[in-house]
Design a protein around this ligand. Structure first.
Ligand SMILES: *Cc1c(COP(=O)(O)O)cnc(C)c1O
Length: 384
């Protein structure tokens, strides 16, 4: 039997080799520069990041969770307020709403894109009315790197007078009908957690807005609510800054990011070609480009454990995003759901499996993964 290979789920070392000495130089320059908090690299990165997606303002912050919390603080979210969001997402999306004492209202997703189903968001307004809550905002998530369906969501937010926040922690840099995520929504947010498509060497995040007044408030909020005089704080804020060293790392990564998004398309296409006849492969909406934060297939729920074990035995790591939608989790199950439950979120949580995905996944390794996946599905089909 051939030796089991050691395949990474996300190979950050390959990216590091690709960027090479420039990364070491950038980090050492930040170290020797001595301006560790809000040094010049932070401003340079914010400007380049805003330019990358076509946003007017980008504000660095400590992580992708704070990046969603800060706009909600700017909106003065408080108890009695509600925010519409998906349940099939990472906890941070709803967590920040609850931090501020407000209520997340969970809405179901579209079965083909796994993003908020615009046809069902209206149900959340009824849920809020019945619960005596005032809806202030909707948080759309660009799940697995694919932009949410923003045209109908924007129309809905405009019609109902609520704020649209785009949680693009996974999808920053994706394209929605000619627009780049980060520039969509009243606020957009992203995370630089290392495993995200644009990741740092630690925690980091950013907020985007086109509104000058919101921009000023966010600049103040993320540094303790400071006013024009550093020692006259004008509001209650937090300490949430992007580190200078992380900004230096991110400047190097941003320089290769467009090229990496292209490479991710090639990897996703190879998976689609190799697996479409044995699993439900992901579909990207017409006119959109995903950043492929995750490559997620769906298989029969009863076969998932066996599939994962079979791949593991062959050295192929997998992950499940997400095994439990938020409305099923201990901390979140008391919050309201729109309509009569979230059947699609429940269904897909039992069927999804993510395969290794990163821009530097070579064809030989990927062919091995595809073969292992095909074998596992054939094997379990025979056993069934
Ligand atoms: C990762 C992630 C976040 C939070 O980012 P952190 O930087 O880890 O705080 C928020 N929303 C979604 C959808 C994410 O995937």
């Amino acid at each position: 039997m051939a030796a089991v290979p050691n395949i990474d789920f996300i190979d950050l070392k390959a990216q590091r080799r690709h960027i090479g000495q420039a990364m070491d130089d950038a980090i050492m320059e930040a170290v020797h520069g001595g301006s560790y908090i809000l040094g010049p690299q932070v401003k340079e990165f914010e400007d380049k990041l805003a330019a990358f997606c076509g946003a007017k303002h980008a504000i660095g912050c400590a992580n992708g969770t704070d990046a969603i919390a800060l706009p909600l603080m700017a909106l003065k979210l408080r108890p009695g307020h509600a925010v519409i969001c998906p349940s099939f997402t990472f906890a941070a999306t709803a967590e920040v709403v609850a931090w501020l004492g407000a209520t997340p209202i969970f809405v179901d997703i579209d079965e083909t894109t796994y993003n908020l189903d615009p046809r069902t968001v209206g149900l959340a307004m009824d849920t809020a009315r019945k619960a005596g809550l005032e809806v202030k905002a909707l948080i759309a998530v660009d799940l697995f790197g694919q932009p949410a369906d923003y045209d109908p969501l924007e129309a809905f937010c405009k019609e109902t007078g609520i704020v649209l926040i785009s949680d693009s922690a996974q999808g920053f840099g994706a394209t929605y009908k000619g627009r780049v995520t980060g520039s969509i929504g009243d606020f957009a947010t992203t995370s630089f957690f290392p495993a995200k498509p644009l990741g740092a060497y630690g925690d980091g995040g950013a907020i985007f807005t086109a509104n000058d007044e919101h921009h000023e408030i966010l600049r103040s909020l993320h540094v303790h609510g400071r006013g024009t005089d550093k020692y006259d704080n004008v509001r209650i804020g937090v300490n949430s800054r992007l580190d200078t060293i992380q900004a230096a790392v991110l400047l190097q990564k941003l320089a290769v990011f467009a090229e990496e998004i292209d490479k991710r398309q090639v990897v996703a296409r190879r998976y689609n070609d190799g697996l479409a006849d044995v699993a439900i492969t992901p579909k990207v909406m017409d006119g959109c480009i995903s950043t492929w934060a995750q490559y997620v297939i769906r298989i029969d729920a009863a076969k998932r454990d066996g599939f994962i074990a079979s791949l593991r035995a062959k050295g192929v790591p997998t992950a499940i995003y997400y095994p439990k939608p938020l409305h099923r989790q201990t901390a979140y199950k008391s919050f309201p759901v729109a309509g009569n439950g979230l059947p699609i979120s429940d269904l897909v949580s039992h069927e999804v499996v993510a395969l290794p995905m990163h821009p530097y996944l070579d064809a030989v390794t990927q062919d091995y993964i595809i073969e292992a996946a095909r074998d596992a599905l054939r094997g379990s089909a025979a056993a069934a």
